[in-house]
Design a protein. Structure first.
Length: 339
């Protein structure tokens, strides 16, 4: 059957040109079993006719639309921005599209987004989860795959995990500060009990204990990763007369607050106080002096999470994929001032 000018080629046209049945053409484009010679003949005919399979038709047959759901707490957060870039880059290599949304710290909103994505029949969801793990188990029950980034969601093997080795990063940073001579090291940004970010505080405490340095509980200060809370916590810490010689901030917003407060109090960094933080962001290099930080591989985490979802599901059942951090030493840390 000759192709009619102006009319898109159909599956019938491809079948006729290749000399096979419509069912054979359908198997070729759905990944079914056909001989290599037949597959090559069908693909050649499709190329000659500029035939493009209907994504809508495939989704109706397969009961899915394809694509990946991606849920992050905040699209403006530097780690989340890197994560998104990694997912998008990987998805492009697989020819997949990505549906993106942000929960903004709202557990109910996070669950609603996940439900809506499942209704849209995505292949699976990548998330930096902050809500109830039970909400994610319901996604798995509905037949979806979930890749959790930066948090372990206990449950069935359909919940895959990509973690950042914050414990090793904090340990390296504490060892570096102690090696400079610091013994009064503050931890700014202690997490609430049970928080997944509590691993950073535990690593701080464990490393000091292993090095024979006593933790001063007055220097372990709680702060939420929000500007107002971080600023108040940093001000309360650095205004004390018998303060810390070094400050380890648990996140980039808290590190930013520590730098601002030190500047307002006319504290010289690192002469009066050394400052370092978990999370290397673009402005850290622009500080005066540049800020020492633990770099967390957000882009790599996003890329690997996408790979797990689209290609390596079975391999991932062996346990979480853990990505290394890197200690980036800059000028904001030095030996403590002698008194």
């Amino acid at each position: 059957m000759a192709d009619v000018p102006g009319r898109p080629a159909t599956i019938k046209d491809v079948a006729a040109a290749a000399g096979v049945g419509i069912a054979t053409v359908s198997r070729v484009f759905s990944g079914g079993s056909v001989s290599p010679a037949t597959r090559e003949r069908v693909l050649a005919a499709a190329g000659d006719l500029d035939y493009r399979p209907s994504a809508v038709g495939r989704s109706l047959k397969l009961q899915r639309t394809g694509g990946i759901g991606l849920i992050v707490p905040d699209v403006t957060d530097p780690f989340c921005a890197d994560l998104i870039a990694g997912v998008l880059e990987c998805a492009r290599t697989f020819g997949e599209h990505v549906l993106l949304d942000a929960a903004n710290g709202d557990a109910e909103r996070e669950a609603a987004i996940a439900d809506r994505m499942m209704e849209q029949r995505v292949d699976g969801i990548i998330a930096v989860p902050e809500g109830d793990p039970a909400a994610w188990h319901s996604v798995v029950t509905a037949g979806g795959w979930v890749v959790s980034v930066d948090r372990v969601l206990p449950g069935p093997p359909e919940v895959l995990t990509v973690l950042i080795d914050d414990r090793a990063g904090v340990r390296a940073l504490v060892e570096y500060l102690v090696g400079l001579g610091h013994r009064r090291i503050a931890f700014l940004g202690a997490a609430s009990p049970g928080s997944p970010k509590g691993v950073r505080e535990r690593a701080f405490r464990d490393t000091l204990a292993q090095l024979g340095v006593t933790v001063d509980e007055d220097l372990v200060v709680a702060a939420r990763p929000e500007r107002d809370s971080a600023y108040a916590a940093a001000a309360g810490l650095l205004q004390r007369q018998a303060g810390a010689s070094a400050v380890l901030a648990a996140g980039h917003l808290i590190g930013e607050a520590a730098v601002l407060v030190a500047r307002e109090l006319d504290l010289r960094v690192p002469t009066d106080v050394s400052i370092a933080m978990v999370g290397d962001v673009s402005w850290a290099e622009l500080c005066d002096p540049p800020l020492t930080a633990v770099a967390r591989p957000g882009h790599d985490a996003g890329y690997r999470a996408c790979e797990l979802l689209l290609r390596d599901r079975t391999r991932a059942r062996g346990g979480p994929v853990t990505l290394p951090t890197e200690l980036v030493i800059r000028g904001s840390c030095g030996p403590p001032r002698r008194t």
